[in-house]
Design a protein around this ligand. Structure first.
Ligand code: ATP
Ligand code: RIB
Length: 293
C-alpha cells in the first residue's frame, strides 16, 4: 500500500509575541523564525518520520529552498512534486505566550494545481492506496474524484473550512479529520457527540476523527467510538498538532492498527509537537513517540 499526500507547502513566517494583535492594534513581536510548513508538507513529514515511504504531490514555487531542503532531510519522496515559476504559498503565524496561534495563508503556488498534473500523479497509484488531503490547494474536487475512481482511500482534513468545500464531493471521503470548529460548520452541531452522529449521518461512508485540542480526540465509525484523552503537557506552540495527528494516524492505519491504536499513537505524537516550536520542525520521530509510556 502506497501513501500519497496531495496538498500544500508553505513558507511559515512565525512571530512570537505576548498576545495576538487585535484589530487596529500594532504590536512588536519578540522573535521571528522562518519555518517549513503547510498542512501537506507537515503531514508528509509526520508520515516520513515514522520511517514509512510517503509521496508528496503539490506545487513548489519560488523562494521555497527551505521547503525542499526540509523535505529531503526528512526523506519525503518529492519525485512527483510540480515546480512552477510562481511565488510559493506562505503563512503568517502569530504565536502568543500561551502557545495559542492565529494564522492566515496566501495560496501562491498552492493555487496552481492543474488537472493534467493531477492525472499524472494519480496514474502512479492503485486501488487501496491512501491519499491524504487538506483544503489549501485548488482543484480538490478533481483530485478527490480521480483518486476515488482509482479506488484509493481518501483521508481529508477540511481545513481551512471555507466555501470551496461546497464544490467538493465530500461523500467520497473515507476518513474525516476535523476539529470542533470544522465539525460545527460541517454538521451544524456545537457539541462533540452531536458532531460525530451528524457527520456519520451526512457522510455514511466516512469514519470520523474529531480532535479537541488539549481535551483529546474521538474516533467514530458508526459502531465503535474511541475517546483518547490528550496527554498532560506544557504546550508552547500548537501549530502543526493536527497535521502530526493526521500523519501518525495515517501511518498507523497503513500498518493495519486498530482505531484505538491509531488514536493512541497520533495522540502521543501530537503531544510532543505542541511542546516544540514550529510546524514541520516540531514533529517527532517514531522512536520519540514509542519512548512515551
Ligand atoms: P492545528 O490547526 O493547530 O494544527 P487542530 O485544530 O487541527 O490543530 P487540535 O485539535 O488542536 O487540532 O490538536 C490535535 C491533537 O493534538 C489533539 O487531539 C491532541 O491529541 C493534541 N493536542 C493539541 N493541543 C494539545 C495540548 N495543549 N496538549 C496536549 N495535546 C494537544
Ligand atoms: O496546520 C499548520 C499549518 O497551517 C502551518 O504550517 C501553516 O502553513 C498553515 O498551512
Amino acid at each position: 500500500m502506497k501513501i500519497l499526500v496531495f496538498s500544500s507547502l508553505n513558507v511559515d513566517y512565525d512571530y512570537h509575541m505576548d498576545h495576538i494583535a487585535r484589530p487596529k492594534e500594532t504590536i512588536v513581536a519578540d522573535s521571528f523564525v522562518l519555518a517549513a510548513g503547510g498542512k501537506g508538507l507537515n503531514s508528509s513529514i509526520a508520515i516520513a518520520k515514522t520511517g514509512e515511504h510517503v509521496y508528496l504531490a503539490g506545487v513548489l514555487g519560488t523562494g521555497a529552498e527551505l521547503l525542499e531542503k526540509t523535505l529531503l532531510e526528512n526523506n519525503v519522496d518529492i519525485s512527483l512534486l510540480d515546480r512552477q515559476n510562481v511565488p510559493n504559498g506562505h503563512a503568517i503565524i502569530q504565536i502568543d505566550k500561551n502557545g495559542e496561534n492565529s494564522i492566515f495563508i496566501y495560496g501562491g503556488s498552492n493555487a496552481c494545481i492543474t488537472k493534467e498534473y493531477v492525472d499524472k500523479v494519480i496514474a502512479q497509484f492503485d486501488e487501496g492506496d491512501l491519499i491524504v488531503m487538506q483544503n489549501e490547494i485548488n482543484n480538490q474536487d478533481y483530485i478527490m474524484q480521480k483518486a476515488h475512481e482509482k479506488g484509493m482511500k481518501l483521508l481529508l482534513n477540511p481545513s481551512p473550512c471555507n466555501d470551496s468545500l461546497k464544490e467538493q464531493p465530500l461523500e467520497l471521503v473515507d476518513y474525516f479529520f476535523i476539529n470542533e470548529v470544522e465539525g460545527e460548520i460541517l454538521s451544524g452541531c456545537p457539541e462533540p457527540e452531536d458532531i460525530l452522529e451528524n457527520m456519520k449521518l451526512k457522510y455514511p461512508r466516512a469514519n470520523i476523527v474529531l480532535t479537541l485540542g488539549s481535551t483529546g480526540a474521538y474516533y467514530y465509525d458508526g459502531t465503535n467510538k474511541v475517546f483518547c484523552p490528550a496527554r498532560k503537557v506544557k504546550a508552547v506552540d500548537t501549530v502543526g498538532a493536527g497535521d502530526t495527528f493526521m500523519g501518525y494516524f495515517t501511518y498507523a492505519l497503513s500498518k493495519g492498527m486498530t482505531p484505538a491504536e491509531c488514536m493512541e499513537i497520533a495522540t502521543k505524537a501530537s503531544s510532543i509537537t505542541v511542546q516544540r516550536y514550529g510546524a514541520a520542525a516540531a514533529v517527532p520521530t517514531l522512536d520519540e513517540v514509542n519512548a512515551l509510556d
